[in-house]
Design a binder for this molecule. Structure first.
Ligand code: NAP
Length: 251
């Protein structure tokens, strides 16, 4: 019997993670769906035709991450693709004014959480015939923007962690990639602005932002490339966006 392909996706309950789950299901991957909102993950499971398994944990909780992943049933213990996507921005403030809880939330989820999940999943990637880790960075990790210093720093850390990991895993031929999106219209800004949907809409106004599906398509392209090919670092922007903060908005 042909081996089933398995992808583990963090932050599958919304946005880029959700869309990538749908896109990988179309490519016949069975899915381990991770997030904190179990009802969303159930809804996603009910939507796809492949087999799914849900893991509910907060990526900031080191113990919960390892317990969840080490506790996977045998059938799910050989993983091909890890999509480290869970993360968010919290607040948009100058360093002088910023809230320390927002800083902790970003560093603990975007940086440390991604590292914990990677470390926990690595033995399971080794169990399968091929493995690929795709980390979701951001254009913010390439270039700082005003009031975004800690979010930008967290995504720059994703960039350098990815590069180091690629070096470390080179002897094992496990592929390691990062994708860095520009503006994508998801729940991202609603989380950043703590539920203020009016303010979050202004982020995308006239920008013809990427859809989560656009990013998902690119991730599928990276993952489905021939095994001899690694798309190491991919920046994807809406055409109206030229840099982290240069956006040609339609008026
Ligand atoms: P989103 O719609 O808000 O989705 C964020 C996902 O991350 C949710 O599924 C959320 O799930 C999960 N998550 C957040 N904190 C978590 C935690 N502590 N533990 C477990 N799961 C957590 O935003 P998105 O745009 O799809 O964001 C996905 C990734 O893309 C993030 O890393 C973000 O930084 C990056 N990104 C986004 C943009 C953009 O413009 N949207 C641009 C560049 C990069 P639960 O709430 O269910 O836990």
């Amino acid at each position: 019997m042909k081996e089933r392909k398995i992808a583990l996706i963090t932050g599958a309950s919304s946005g880029i993670g959700w869309s990538t789950a749908l896109a990988l299901a179309e490519k016949d991957y069975d899915l381990i769906l991770c997030g904190r909102r179990s009802e969303r993950l159930q809804q996603l499971s009910d939507t796809v035709k492949v087999e799914t398994y849900q893991l509910i944990f907060d990526v900031r909780d080191k113990q919960a991450v390892f317990q969840a992943i080490e506790g996977l049933p045998e059938r799910w213990k050989s993983i091909n693709v890890l999509l480290n996507n869970a993360g968010n921005a919290h607040g948009l403030d100058a360093v002088q004014e910023a809230n320390l809880d927002d800083w902790d939330a970003m560093i603990d989820s975007n940086v440390k959480g991604l590292m914990y999940v990677t470390k926990a999943v690595l033995p399971l990637l080794r169990e399968s015939s091929w493995g690929h880790i795709v980390n979701v960075g951001s254009i913010a990790g390439k270039e700082a923007y005003p009031k975004g210093s800690v979010y930008c720093a967290s995504k720059a850390a994703v960039q350098y962690f990815t590069d180091g990991l690629r070096l470390d895993l080179n002897p094992e031929l496990i592929r390691v990639s990062a994708i860095h999106p520009g503006l994508v219209e998801t729940e991202f800004s609603i989380v950043r602005f703590k539920g203020d949907t009016d303010r979050s809409k202004t982020v995308y106004q006239g920008a013809d932002a990427l859809r989560a599906e656009d990013v998902a398509d690119a991730i599928v392209y990276m993952v489905e490339a021939p095994k001899s090919v690694t798309i190491a670092d991919l920046v994807i922007l809406p055409t109206r966006q030229a840099s982290a903060y240069v956006i040609n908005r339609e008026s």
